[in-house]
Write a protein that binds this ligand. Sequence first.
Ligand code: B12
Ligand code: SF4
Length: 505
Amino acid sequence: MRILLIDILRTTLDVIWPAVEHSLGLLYLAAAVRREHGDRVEITIRTLVSNPYTAETEQRQVEQWLDEFQPVLVGIRSLTLGAPALRLVTETVKAWDPDCVITAGGPFATDAPETALAAPVDCVAIGEGESTFAALVGRLLANDGWDDVPGLAFLRDGKLVRTDPRPLITDLDTAAPPAWDLVDLEAFNNRYLTFTSKVFAKHANILSTRGCPYRCMYCHNILGKSFRARSPGHVFAEIRHLHDTQGVTDFQFVDDIFNLDLDRAKAICDLIIASDLDLTLSFPNGVRGDRMDTELIEKMAAAGTRFMSYAVETASPRLQKMIRKNLDLDRLFDAIEQTTRAGIITRGYFMLGFPGETEAEALATIDYANRSALCGATFFTVVYYPGTELYEFARSLGYFQDEEVILEREYVQVSDGPYDFTVDRLRELKRQAIREFAFTEARLDQALTMLPRYFTPREIDAFLMAYVVSSGVTLAELPAGPVHDRLERYFLAAERFSKKADFYV
Ligand code: B12
Ligand code: SF4
């Protein structure tokens, strides 16, 4: 049976390099199906990079894949932002062959099965998908019905039907490892921005844990709330395999919470340190700052970690509690300092515009970033996405916005919301944050000293350009002095590049 798996990456951003990753989710699905059905299946994986301006090209691209692979089953992964592209792909498939079965899965289908089923898909898979997809394929191979396969949702007479929930994989070491032979990692190199903001690096993504026990209000729950971890040896074996078979030396961890179990995290580092592999590692996600200890930071640095993101979100203790992030801000502050001192490039994630947030609270967040030892900072403004508790909470406070309008919003776009100031003020606060954080001599010195440890000169230029484009000021408005002189060429380039400052991080 021929199966085509498509990962949709939809963006509306006006950028040089779209942020696109190879899809671990689809590699895991493919591995599970192969393990269960062996050579009765033939699987191909493709990534569709979609945006509002290239619909026709995308349609032709999908038609070409269909003609080439002649699938009888198409599986699609999509984030919520991918909704318009999911419709385009599914309509194209059904026009090509109405009998071709389509199933969608991943974050969008899990968060909003009913909305996802508005596209012409036959069914959607909720949450962790390996066993569900393998079971569905089994039914299709046997020419059997699939409407009682656990883990699915579909429409019957226009009404949503959910089958029994599918139990999560409890021992991740027993899951089939990603079908790494189905992806050409080289093809992603030099074309796309990675999660770590690199472009020129062949890398592989590693998922060493699944599920996160925390309950941050803005987060989408896709892989469950029970924390499950692969053993250190299992993680290391995958790294060695990728190193030996595909020459990968750069690994990007995409866990939700890599350091929940400190001993496990340290043991992974120990195995890498003790090996003869000369690796670089990055953690653009999933390291909780107030759970770090000095030993782990040192071991991560010794294992080759070059880059780490810390999510701070807000420096207001009141908002930390409200959004249930509950970070210990002082411990996090120290962890940032220690991590930077260990030679790791640190990036902070911040969010402005939570429900009820006051201007003083937003300014406290900006101040925290400025006082910190962070090498880089990204200031997001809160987008109230359906499917999150934050959205429900905002609604309970009287916030209303058409779902379609929200879903068209990029996550870096300034959104209206029930915060305590105007949307224009929020936009200005974001710009102020960027200017105060990035446009100082000390921060520029730090960036230019540390970034070359991991980033190429062109990536460093892009890093600084991002600040310049989204700062909301022109070169003429920047006070004369060394910062002005050092950033001049970026401002000149930015003027040619984009006027859509809001659409850039
Ligand atoms: C890597 C990553 C990125 C990368 C790559 C994006 C991508 N294509 O995934 C980058 C940096 C670009 C990115 C950006 C963003 N991301 Co992101 N990202 C992730 C992250 C950390 C890991 C993804 C991953 O590899 N997971 C591991 C695999 C195994 O899981 P999976 O893909 O979900 O697949 C499993 C199941 O979902 C299911 N499944 C998946 N597809 C299919 C298909 C079929 C047919 C079936 C049957 C089953 C199935 O089976 C798989 C195996 O169990 C996740 C967090 C997470 N824990 O997943 C967030 C996550 C996907 N991101 C999220 C968000 C919100 C964003 C952003 C909007 C920014 C932001 N605020 O964080 C942008 C959007 C970018 C864009 N324009 O689309 C949300 C998505 C929520 C949603 N409903 O859409 C997540 C879930 C984080 C969260 N918990 O809130 N992200
Ligand atoms: S710690 Fe991260 S993954 Fe866990 S609930 Fe909070 S935001 Fe989501």
